[in-house]
Ligand binder design. Sequence first.
Ligand SMILES: CC(=O)SCCNC(=O)CCNC(=O)[C@H](O)C(C)(C)COP(=O)(O)OP(=O)(O)OC[C@H]1O[C@@H](n2cnc3c(N)ncnc32)[C@H](O)[C@@H]1OP(=O)(O)O
Ligand SMILES: CC(C)C(=O)C(=O)O
Ligand SMILES: [Mg+2]
Length: 556
Amino acid sequence: MTFTPGDKYKTFAPIDLPDRQWPSVVIDKAPIWCSVDLRDGNQALIEPMGHERKLRMFRHLVELGFKEIEVGFPSASQTDFDFVRFLIDEGEIPEDVKIQVLTQAREELIRRTFDSIRGSKQAIVHLYNSTSTLQRRVVFDLDKVGIKQIAIEGTKLVRQLADEMPETHVQMEYSPESFTQTEMDYACEVCTAVMNIWKPTEDNKIIFNLPATVEVASANIYADQIEWMHRNLPDRHLILLSLHPHNDRGTGVAAAEFGIMAGADRVEGTLFGNGERTGNVDVVNIAMNMYTQGVDPKLDFSNINEVVRTVEYCNQLPVHPRHPYGGDLVFTAFSGSHQDAIKKGFSALKKSNSELWEIPYLPIDPADLGRNYDAVIRVNSQSGKGGVAYLLEEDYGIELPKLLQVELSKVVQGIADATGKELSSASIFEVFESEYLNAAGDVEFVDHQTTIDPKAPERRKLTATIKHAGAETVVEGVGTGPIDAYMSALTDKYNLDLKVNDYREHTTGFGADAVAVAYVEMRGGDGEPVFGVGRHANIVTASLRAITSAVNRAAT
Ligand SMILES: CC(=O)SCCNC(=O)CCNC(=O)[C@H](O)C(C)(C)COP(=O)(O)OP(=O)(O)OC[C@H]1O[C@@H](n2cnc3c(N)ncnc32)[C@H](O)[C@@H]1OP(=O)(O)O
Ligand SMILES: CC(C)C(=O)C(=O)O
Ligand SMILES: [Mg+2]
């Protein structure tokens, strides 16, 4: 007997919405964000946050710009209850921030929830009950009428207790939990019943939160469901339509983005997507996606390292190094062709004088997240000349000629291959230093003097002190300039078969710290290029050192 997945799992039936509008919508403004780190995120932790970690998370969420924060499930635990009381009693809640508290639609839990928010200026009371076909059958053993009745009874009590607490501006949120596995017309019927009891107004709209409690279908289907509700709920102007995606299929962010396109006003999620199972939707990800499209997300992630540190501390869970926007490695290119393109992109951007961010393989400027460029390029055995050249240029001001880049990167790659390890910028510079700047060989340049040749004033006579195998000696040559004259002196002394094919120089540093770096490319009888590099505050000395380096390298 052969097993097929179709024997065990059934296809999710599409939503009948042939004239769907959402695929053409462009997101041009931020939704209302609600952080559920302290509730949905917290309920999924191995060790739920205690008071100290909760408070640190709450303050951080406020700093990031969240105006709505679900601070707990106060009827579920004393820690959560006490924390809500602490926020209110200690004046921790800024004027423009609303706390939100979650409760099941059960009388004693609703009453306890209201006790927790007493004295607060404003609060969102979030009532939920599951409406899906599966939960109706398996968990509640109730039909549609019975499940709707749970929502109705719960809402009646919320209405009554809110009316008895006029000093607190209570906003109601209702979630038909497991919405995505609920028939649309039934979800709409339950929400309508809730609305008829709560009676929202323009000044106090009701929040209908439509969760993908478990993500069971592709993101386009969630969008269809949201657009269906957006079009069919009565008095839409009195409703804030809210999304609450989970990430079981790994498409929570796509679902949220499509859901916003489909008409949602609000998104509930967590920082870096902590939450039940594979998590809640990652708010950082959605917000920064918006940012890269030129839309202000109204949340401040300009110090992403601080966000990562806080989340890791509070949740006691690591943020993955590849996590979008926050991971340690997300702005790092190891592979050669990416490094080459990034290096060229930075040069082009510098030249263009444009503010528009256009760098291959970097969809966002790491600086906008408070990251520096240190980690953008890292070198291992997968890297090419571009990466090596980039690091030497960025960190040491060394602008290698193209062919030298090729030569040096072969040396670096050989080391990376042999060790299997990453090479830091400092270790690449050490390789460059020992291979070129201090190229070992018979000749060591010590000093020089140039004079004008009295017989031919356009020519230079150069007298150089070199060390040959440790012993000082003086060589002399004449040429069009010091390089030519020094080559002629060394050629005579060592009977060299080398010609200078290319020469370039640049300075690094400024003012008194300026240093010249000179590069010579020589070709011998076999036509193969040999490079030499010299560095010195004096440009002529740098050139002569470069020649010495090339001569030594050619001899090995
Ligand atoms: C998708 C979500 O994230 S929903 C939020 C889930 N979060 C949490 O559950 C975290 C905190 N919860 C808790 O600590 C506990 O569940 C409590 C304290 C709220 C309730 O505890 P208990 O009453 O001991 O148990 P439990 O949660 O198992 O209750 C299940 C009962 O409530 C009913 N129930 C479950 N959800 C709801 C609801 N939203 N509205 C009304 N009744 C509900 C169940 O049908 C079941 O009824 P039964 O006992 O008649 O079979
Ligand atoms: C309580 C509800 C909104 C929830 O967390 C979910 O359905 O995922
Ligand atoms: Mg949830």
